[in-house]
Design a binder for this molecule. Structure first.
Ligand code: KIV
Ligand code: NA
Length: 265
């Protein structure tokens, strides 16, 4: 199989082929998704929510992100592997940000990193990109800033924030980011940004006009009954399927239906 590279992702925008992206945090799921042919696998800091049960992405550590990324990396044969830098590792001293970035690249086999924000993290982006590390930007609803936003609501509905998002997107492009995630912004604004950039935009809750789409895997699979924002399409109801399978197992154990003779030595 031919490995997806940052260049092939850029090429997809040029040839108008939409880019499929999913989050993943473990080896087993990553093996399945990679074989299924998804273009980019993102070890998102949403692992803090999905894997660890936190309400926000803030608590996950660099070591924990590296553990998830190593697990995913062992499974990948084709997809481009992108890893989130977690909260606190790149918002301060840009040289600390570079050190965190280098650690992830050295220890995980990641091909690129994702950082949230625009002009605020300009120096960190410059150092990381100059070190030869491809970077995916992330604008709009940037969950590491949830406490500043006061929630996970739609972003950039006003003129000022839309203007800032446009200029941040342009800046990320100029700094050399190879793509940018646009999260939970009006579809019209996402189209505008997408039309003005030569690097691909990857949308989540950003409408159909972005160059690609990303979803959290467990949302797509329907593993959380209590989380159904309208930007998620549930392709499976895995919560129900798992519940039914596990209840059947419990019954089989209780009734000594499992294991049978063929399943015994
Ligand atoms: O951590 C994550 O899952 C993400 C994607 C939703 C873009 O950053
Ligand atoms: Na993230």
């Amino acid at each position: 199989v031919k490995k997806v590279t940052v260049n092939s992702i850029l090429e997809m925008k040029a040839t108008v082929e939409k880019i499929s992206v999913l989050t993943v945090y473990d080896y087993t799921m990553a093996s399945i998704l990679d074989a299924a042919g998804v273009d980019i696998l993102l070890v998102g800091d949403s692992a803090a929510n999905v894997m660890a049960g936190y309400d926000t992405t803030l608590p996950i550590t660099l070591d924990q992100m590296i553990y998830h990324a190593q697990s995913v990396s062992r499974a990948i044969k084709r997809a481009l592997l992108v890893v989130d830098l977690p909260f606190g590792t790149y918002q301060g001293n840009p040289y600390d940000a570079l050190n965190a970035a280098v650690r992830v690249m050295k220890e995980t086999g990641a091909q690129a990193l994702k950082l949230e924000g625009g002009i605020e993290i300009k120096e960190a982006l410059r150092l990381i990109i100059n070190a030869g590390i491809p970077v995916m930007g992330h604008l709009g609803l940037t969950p590491q800033s949830v406490n500043a936003f006061g929630g996970f609501g739609l972003r950039a509905t006003g003129v000022q924030e839309a203007h800032k998002l446009n200029s941040d997107a342009q800046l990320l492009h100029e700094l050399g980011c190879f793509s940018v995630v646009l999260e939970k912004i009006p579809a019209k604004l996402a189209k505008e940004v997408t039309d003005h950039l030569r690097i691909p935009t990857i949308g989540i809750g950003a409408g159909p006009h972005t160059d690609g789409q990303v979803l959290v895997l467990q949302d797509l699979l329907g593993m959380n009954k209590n989380f159904k924002p309208k930007f998620v399409r549930q392709y499976l109801n895995l919560d129900t399927l798992i519940t039914e399978a596990v209840q059947q197992y419990i019954t089989d154990v209780k009734t000594v239906n499992f294991p049978n003779d063929k399943e015994s030595y």
